[in-house]
Design a protein around this ligand. Structure first.
Ligand code: ZN
Length: 413
């Protein structure tokens, strides 16, 4: 089976997110999942039956839309000689663009990245994308990170290149006492009991979080002191998890700060992990940008121009970039221009000002395209390498905040 590249997965994920947001006016959107091995002809005859059932739908608009959606699916299926190796997913239906009557028929045909296990036919007011979403998240490698000392602990999951602190705990245990004699010994005993209880609590959470990840590939345990070893020697962590420990590291903190420190050390432990690759790509850009600023391109306009000049080696895009390229046209004088907007909720404001050419209030939005889609499309056409950088790692945050989220390393870097 062909393994999807990270960019392909990213594209698929975006497409699914966009599909999941679409809403129908009534229960008239069709989702169809066909597993491999299921003959197309069987599916077509099933859909023909649905078509005759749909003829009884009372609402005239819904009936019309459902039947049209079904017919589109049947037409599409006829183009397939046989079911593709991983099966086939089709979404079809009338999507409203404004008031009633503005619906337009849309159809999406996807080949899933892994073989589909079940057949599904649904007619609803939305597209059922859950199966594909689950499939995509199963493509990610997962690592566990447990940081602890006697003051507190945190349990995190590294999923692909996403880092999530799932649970943070404070122990409430006071620091070592300095008084001597009888009371000091009693204090010490009490403290030991408290540490033991805290370890149990940490173990319980770690077991709960890590054992529910069936794709967990390894666990990294860290902390500032010897505490982590005492924890591991004791009977706190499930034996199945103990087998998965791939590294024990020293970090100064156990909170968010500690997680950052741990990630900085992980590149040598998780050499081939996605998160390491993304961090290295981000660091490479930052280092080139500081040493030879002429060897990078920053921002959508420059990146696009450099791509067309044929001098781009790699484009880096920060994953959750939401910038939109808006085309604006003046209805009065015909003047038009484009503008990149970082926050999509601000798009409407662009037309609330007078036309820069004729000064009348006639501006209207004539087109919208996400920067990510525009860059990916251009890169596809020109066969340029694109890498997606997660915004949950520090390099991603810097790329987004300081460089706008779209950059490129040029060939002479
Ligand atoms: Zn104008």
């Amino acid at each position: 089976m062909k393994k999807l590249t990270r960019t392909e997965v990213y594209k698929l994920r975006r497409a699914i997110r966009q599909l999941a947001r679409k809403k129908g006016r009534g229960t008239e959107l069709i989702s169809l999942y066909i597993p491999p091995g299921r003959p197309i002809s069987d599916v077509i005859s099933m859909l023909r039956q649905e078509l005759s059932t749909a003829a009884n739908i009372k609402s005239r608009t819904t009936r019309k839309n459902v039947m049209a959606a079904l017919e589109r699916v049947i037409q599409r299926l006829k183009l397939f000689k046989s079911t593709p190796p991983n099966g086939l997913v089709i979404f079809s239906g009338a999507i409203p663009r404004g008031p009633p009557g503005s619906e337009r028929m849309e159809i999406y045909v996807l080949e899933p990245p892994l073989p589909l296990q079940t057949y599904l036919y649904r007619c609803d007011n939305r597209f059922h994308t859950e199966i594909l979403e689950q499939m995509l998240s199963s493509l990610d490698e997962v690592y566990g990170l447990l940081l602890l000392d006697t003051s507190g602990a945190s349990v995190s999951l590294i999923r692909g290149s996403h880092v999530e602190i799932v649970k943070e705990m404070e122990s409430g245990i006071p620091g070592k006492h300095s008084a001597g004699g009888q009371s000091a010994r009693r204090f010490e005993r009490l403290r030991e009991m408290e540490v033991n209880l805290f370890f149990h609590r940490v173990g319980k959470w770690a077991n709960k979080i890590f054992l529910s990840e069936d794709r967990l590939q390894g666990i990294i345990v860290g902390g500032p002191a010897h505490t982590k070893n005492e924890f591991l020697e004791g009977d706190y962590l499930d034996y199945r998890l103990k087998d998965k420990i791939i590294a024990i590291i020293d970090v100064a903190d156990v909170d968010e700060q500690g997680v950052k420190q741990a990630l900085a050390q992980l590149s040598s432990i998780l050499k081939d992990a996605r998160i390491t690759k993304e961090r290295e790509l981000g660091q490479r850009f930052l280092s080139v940008a500081s040493k030879s600023p002429n060897a990078v391109a920053i921002g959508y306009d420059e990146v696009l121009r450099r791509m067309r000049e044929g001098v781009v080696d790699t484009v880096l895009i920060v994953e959750d970039l939401s910038s939109v390229i808006v085309t604006i046209k003046c209805n009065n004088c015909g003047y038009h221009f484009t503008k990149v907007v970082e926050d999509p909720t601000q798009i409407r404001k662009l037309v609330e000002v007078p036309c820069p050419n004729c000064n009348s209030y006639g501006l209207a939005i004539s087109g919208e395209k996400e920067v990510v889609d525009a860059v990916l499309e251009e890169a596809d056409n020109l066969s340029i390498r694109v890498e997606i950088i997660s915004s949950s790692i520090e390099e991603g945050v810097i790329l987004k905040k300081a460089f706008g989220g779209v950059v490129a390393i040029l060939k002479w870097a």
